[in-house]
Design a protein around this ligand. Structure first.
Ligand SMILES: NC(=O)c1ccc[n+]([C@@H]2O[C@H](COP(=O)([O-])OP(=O)(O)OC[C@H]3O[C@@H](n4cnc5c(N)ncnc54)[C@H](O)[C@@H]3O)[C@@H](O)[C@H]2O)c1
Length: 243
């Protein structure tokens, strides 16, 4: 039996690693991203790339429908696509607020709504990519952090509501990960090297996580080995929130 998954934010970074690890584990995957780079993932019919904006109202049903059409079942949804914003509160506009919630929160809810009936049939699961920013306060990340707090709570809500129907829902909460995600924000700093040094100093292991390390935690949360785990927010943060 071949398992099937939908992964958002799949073109690069953590999402790309998730697709590669799932493929290696025998999953067939619909890989969703805004960027046409997601097309690079297509190989031997096991990965179906879908270039789409997760904020578009029709994307969740289209992506889940594609998995059902192509693979006949859905075992896993990974809500991973997101945008970062580092901005002091007083400089953060209503448009920033709306855009971040529209990208980081509402699609995850819509994808879950589209996926849950299918996941109930396979006793499948959802894994959301949250963040340490959704667990603790981090200066200048107000709206981004609020979106990740919402992802944490979405995870718990869905876990409790759907446990009786056999669907598990968990999240990972990465600390700094070595992807392009925060590079742009850091590049805009007056002293990017000093900013990176502060980030590293805040992680007891003294380094960023590799995207593959976060992906491994996501794949674990989807696997039968974690059958007893639901509603959990698994930190992959080099000790950040343990300080
Ligand atoms: N990198 C970090 O330090 C870090 C830390 C904590 C949490 N996270 C979380 O990890 C997840 C993945 O981040 P990453 O570091 O791999 O980032 P990344 O920027 O490398 O990848 C994110 C992907 O999401 C896609 N994406 C963004 N908006 C989209 C949209 N509207 N529709 C479709 N695709 C869209 C991008 O095109 C990109 O391919 C995000 O949820 C992020 O919040 C990252």
């Amino acid at each position: 039996m071949e398992l099937s998954a939908v992964v958002t934010g799949a073109a690069r970074g953590i999402g790309r690693e998730v697709v590669e690890q799932l493929s290696a584990a025998g999953y067939r995957v619909v890989a969703v991203d805004l960027s046409p780079e997601v097309n690079d993932l297509a190989k031997a019919g096991a990965v179906v790339p879908l270039v789409a904006d997760v904020t578009a109202p029709g994307t969740p049903a289209a992506a889940i429908g594609r998995a059902i059409d192509e693979f006949g079942r859905l075992d896993l949804l990974v809500n991973n696509a997101a945008r970062f914003l580092r901005r002091p509160v007083l400089e953060t506009t209503d448009d920033d607020f709306d855009a971040l919630f529209a990208t980081n929160v509402r699609p995850a809810f819509r994808f879950a709504r589209a996926a849950l009936p299918h996941l109930a049939e396979t006793r499948g699961s959802i894994v959301n990519t949250a963040s340490i920013s959704g667990l603790v306060g981090i200066a200048n990340q107000s709206v981004y952090a609020m979106t990740k707090g919402a992802v944490v709570q979405l995870t718990r809500q869905l876990a409790v509501e759907w446990a009786g129907r056999g669907v598990r829902v968990n999240a990972v909460a990465p600390g700094a990960v070595d992807t392009g995600f925060m590079d742009e924000a850091r590049a805009a700093d007056p002293d990017p090297a000093a900013s990176l040094a502060v980030t590293l100093a805040n992680h007891p292991i003294g380094r960023m996580s590799a995207p593959g390390e976060v992906a491994r935690a996501i794949v674990f949360l989807a696997a039968p080995e974690s059958a007893g785990i639901t509603g959990t927010i698994l930190s992959v943060d080099g000790g950040y929130v343990a300080r």
